[in-house]
Structure formats: C-alpha cells, structure tokens
Design a protein around this ligand. Structure first.
Ligand code: SF4
Ligand code: SF4
Length: 359
C-alpha cells in the first residue's frame, strides 16, 4: 500500500494540471488556495492531512485520474513516523487495541461469535467486518445462517482487515494485521471468503490478491428473490467510497433490490460520483464540522429524491445518517433484503456513553 501511495504522490507532483476539476467536488480542496499538485510539491501540515476523507471522489473527477488523497495519506504516514501524532491517544479508533470502541461495545453488549468462528478446513467463510458484527449482530447472524444453508459456508472470520490502521497512517501495524490475517486464512485452508462490507472487500483484495482465494460479496452469492417485498417503499441508495471505481456493490445491491421488488430512485450524485458519508479517513474525530456538513447535505439530497428509505451497504454510512433527524428512514440494504428491520438512531449515543464509562 505504501508503494501505491508513493507512486500516486509522485505522479501528482509531476502531472497535475492545476485545472481545478477536483476542487469542484470537494469542499476541502475548494477551501485551499493551492492545487493538489502544488501541495504535493511544497508539503502540507498534519492538521490538513487528517482533514481528508480519503474518499477519492476527487480522483474520479480528475481528467488524468490522479489521486489527491495520496498527498494526505502519505502525510499521515510521515506524521506517525516523525512522532507528530501520538497513536496511543487514538486507541479507541484502532482495532488492534483492547480499548477499541467496537471491542468495548461488543463486550458491554455481550456480543460474541465464539460459536461461529472458522476452524481448520472451513473452505468457505463469512467476513462480516468489524462494524456490521458490532452494531448489527442480528444481520450478521442471519447472513451467516443464509450462507451456511445456501452456500456451504462453514465459519466466520471475525478479524479486522486492518484498513482503519492504514488510514490512520499506521502502516507497519496495518501490515502486521494483514500478515496475521493472511497467515490465518492460509492455515485454516480457506478457499472462498464472502464479504458484506465494501471497505473490507476491496482491502482484502489488496492483501489476499496473490493467494488464489476467491473473494465475493453477499449480494453475489445469496439469492434474495424469495423475500419479495409487498408494499415496498421507494428507496434511494447511498454508495460507498471504496466501491467508487469498480462498482461491484453498487451493481449487486441494485440488482438484488430490484429482484426483491424494491424500486430505487437515484440521488443526483450516485455510484462513482457519490460524496463520502462523513465517516471516511476518521475525519469526524479530527474535523467534525467537515463530516457534519457532508451528512447534512446527503440527507437533504435523499429527502429531495422522493424516497422514503435511504439505504447504504456499509453500516458506517448507515450509522452516520441514522443519528440525524431527517425525512427519510435510514437502513442497511440487508435490513430490507432479509426482512429484518432495525432502528440505528440511538447507536452512536450508546457508543458515547460506553466511551465515557471507559474513561
Ligand atoms: S479524497 Fe475526498 S476529501 Fe480527500 S481531497 Fe479527495 S474528494 Fe476531498
Ligand atoms: S483534477 Fe487532477 S489535474 Fe486537475 S487540479 Fe485536480 S489533481 Fe490536478
């Protein structure tokens, strides 16, 4: 990953045309006076590095397909290496620490998947991702059951993919986390991994790409046609940043919704042009006002679409939208496809209480 960021940064330094197309789709770039190319050449401060959602909407708009996010990601790595930030202060965000908020939440709520953990010989496994298995044990267990019945799934991998560490700039810890996961998957003899979260899906592709392990989405392997929705509400879909360029989830989700009898109305910005939900790059912890603005704009856009339900296939996006007042109901796509309704509006309040109690 480090090499990819370095080469994207050097491309930015050398090739950026200062054309401004990226700033048209990004409030952060729009508020800066210099183009990404100029910033790459002269360098940026730490505060700015942690102000970028790492969402790559700018890269999708760039005529040269340059990646301004590399500038911010590289500066984060440098900040860690130079000791400009103290990672210990952010243990609640870091999945390899026991103080990680999701570990605290699971322990507080008694959420445990010990009975489903993959064992040696489990060739087909489910990888729910930290957010889904923490904040929706109902969906996690139901998806597992469906995969077990329909696809021969024999266990669950409850590890973190390591992406949050990489996004914080903790490249060595991210690499260690990835190595551990690769070793575990090889040792168990896993041949196919079914993934629910787009962030995990693309990250696993990067770290397991060489291992001849098939990685599929739940929308590709489960047949949702049995659950035909009656009186189905009109829905709109918020797409996820990691899915921006390949669109595996955006296509699969819309096809599954259509098969199940749901109609989708599109918001103006959709698929590859979708703005971040506000949870990308951990910016909400460093520049909450930037994240709040994105959430509000997106909720108003969903209301304007005429949809009654705003759907997302990443639970982090769902949680960001669900906690704000709006004229739309916010749900995970799987809540509709599996016929399991859940209200996520108080999850973040509960998280804050748990964090306060943990000191
Ligand atoms: S990655 Fe997202 S937040 Fe960062 S500069 Fe690009 S569009 Fe803006
Ligand atoms: S859109 Fe691409 S070429 Fe244009 S200013 Fe942004 S990074 Fe540079």
């Amino acid at each position: 990953m480090r090499d990819g960021i370095k080469s994207a940064l050097s491309q930015l330094e050398q090739e950026c045309l200062d054309c401004g197309a990226c700033a048209e789709v990004c409030d952060l770039l729009a508020e800066l006076t210099d183009s990404p190319g100029e910033l790459a050449r002269r360098g940026i401060d730490v505060y700015l590095a942690y102000s970028c959602f790492l969402c790559d909407r700018c890269a999708a708009a760039c005529p040269l397909e340059l990646r301004p996010s590399a500038l911010f990601a590289a500066r984060r790595m440098a900040a860690v290496e130079k000791g400009e930030i103290d990672p210990e202060e952010y243990n609640y965000l870091l999945p390899d620490r026991k103080e990680h908020v999701m570990q605290l939440y699971r322990s507080y709520c008694g959420i445990d998947y010990g009975d489903l953990e993959a064992e040696k010989g489990a060739e087909i496994c489910f990888f729910p991702g930290c957010t889904l298995m923490t904040y929706s044990p109902v969906l996690t267990r139901e998806v597992f059951k469906r995969l077990e019945d329909e696809c021969g799934c024999r266990g669950m991998l409850t590890d973190c993919c390591g992406k949050p560490l990489s996004q914080m700039g903790l490249e060595e810890r991210a690499a260690e986390s990835s190595r551990n996961l690769v070793d575990k998957v090889k040792c168990l003899g896993v041949k196919r991994i079914v993934v629910a979260c787009p962030g995990c899906y693309y990250y696993l592709y990067e770290i397991l790409g060489q291992e001849e392990i098939e990685i599929l989405t739940v929308y590709e392997v489960l047949d949702f046609t049995e659950i035909t929705a009656e009186n189905a509400p009109l829905c709109t879909v918020h797409d996820s940043c990691p899915d921006r360029f390949k669109g595996v989830f955006s296509k699969g989700v819309r096809a599954a919704l259509k098969k199940s009898g749901f109609s989708v109305v599109e918001m103006t910005a959709n698929r590859g042009d979708t703005p971040c939900c506000g949870s990308g790059g951990q910016v909400s912890h460093f520049r909450p006002e930037l994240a709040e603005k994105l959430i509000e704009v997106r909720l108003r856009e969903a209301e304007k679409s005429g949809a009654r339900v705003l759907l997302a296939y990443c639970l982090s996006c769902v949680l960001n939208f669900a906690t704000r007042p709006s004229g739309v109901k916010v749900r995970h796509v799987l809540n509709l496809l599996l016929g399991l309704d859940e209200d996520y509006s108080d999850v973040k309040t509960k998280v804050l209480k748990i964090l306060e109690n943990a000191g």
